[in-house]
Design a binder for this molecule. Structure first.
Ligand code: NAP
Length: 277
């Protein structure tokens, strides 16, 4: 078994990004819009702020009350769209239930949509034309590429079809000529697919969902899950029992997770480039 070391890859990629940033006259500006006080969001925003500060990005955290109206938020996003100094805009999800997340996300100018979640960027990904790509999905591809795991013609099973992870990673892999099967909670006999897969990406949010009996020898396992159980972080993969059968595997923590925030910062750099064109 070979461990896919997300921290090591992230650090190598960060050095490349720092090199590119050193050539810029002005550092990029990133706005994070938060509504309410979701605990996990507070942690994720701190992680983003920390890396932004290491890269000397200007990080602007706009924090709105839980009962903020859709109109007010869209107005704020529109102001950020019109501010030529702002390169990236994120609306930290989840947002309170009274807000329509589609309306809010699609209010972001696609050229500043550094989470890659607007309909325009999602469409570009399906069309395989350049756009901004959701960070975790891009991080998974970068990990596979770093370890030179062949994608063309590979049988890949992606479990989970969220707009954030499952669907974009399935599209990215399809664009790289993998044969992709996308599974979800209504899929029957998941083992039938996983037992024949060369690569399995698991993004379901169920601790130890993928077990030893579900995979074939030598497969590559990408565990996206982050589950907090009794104060411990567990992935969606039963790592300890499965690690000796697979050829490559990502640990949790230290696998996919570290890539996500790096990809966000890289997207801010790419967005700035797109805006200059
Ligand atoms: P999500 O929006 O809740 O989507 C979960 C997906 O898993 C859905 O498509 C759901 O199917 C499917 N699913 C749930 N239970 C299933 C089951 N028993 N069998 C088969 N499919 C099942 O979650 P997400 O945002 O994609 O996140 C997934 C996991 O990744 C979570 O643990 C999250 O914390 C983690 N995550 C990690 C990172 C990172 O940086 N490492 C980033 C994002 C997310 P339906 O569509 O049918 O409901």
């Amino acid at each position: 078994m070979n461990l896919i070391d997300g921290k090591m890859v992230r650090n190598a990629k960060l050095e490349e990004l720092k090199e590119k940033l050193s050539k810029l006259e002005n550092k990029p500006n990133l706005v994070v819009i938060q509504v309410g006080n979701d605990e996990a969001s507070n942690v994720y925003i701190k992680q983003k702020e920390k890396l932004a500060s290491e890269l000397q990005y200007n990080f602007i955290h706009k924090h709105f009350k839980e009962d903020t109206s859709e109109e007010e938020l869209v107005k704020e996003i529109s102001n950020c769209n019109n501010d030529s100094l702002i390169n990236g805009i994120i609306v930290q999800l989840p947002i309170p239930k009274h807000l329509n997340s589609n309306n809010i996300i699609n209010a972001i100018n696609p050229l500043k949509d550094v989470d890659g979640l607007t309909s325009i960027n999602a469409g570009k990904l399906v069309q395989n034309t350049p756009g901004l790509i959701p960070c975790t999905a891009k991080g998974i591809i970068d990990l596979l590429d770093y370890y030179e795991i062949p994608l063309e013609g590979a049988n890949v099973v992606v479990i989970g079809r969220s707009l954030l992870v499952g669907k974009p990673v399935a599209n990215l892999l399809t664009n790289r000529n993998a044969s992709v099967t996308l599974l979800h909670s209504k899929s029957k006999n998941i083992s039938y697919y996983t037992q024949n897969a060369d690569i399995i990406v698991v993004a379901v949010g169920v601790p130890h969902f993928l077990t030893k009996d579900m995979i074939k020898d030598g497969s590559v396992i990408i565990d996206v899950g982050i589950n907090r159980v009794n104060g411990k972080l567990l992935g969606d993969v039963d790592f300890d029992n499965l690690k000796d059968i697979c050829s490559y595997i990502t640990p949790v923590p230290g696998g996919v997770g570290p890539m996500t925030v790096y990809e966000l910062m890289n997207n801010v750099y790419l967005a700035r480039k797109l805006q200059k064109k």
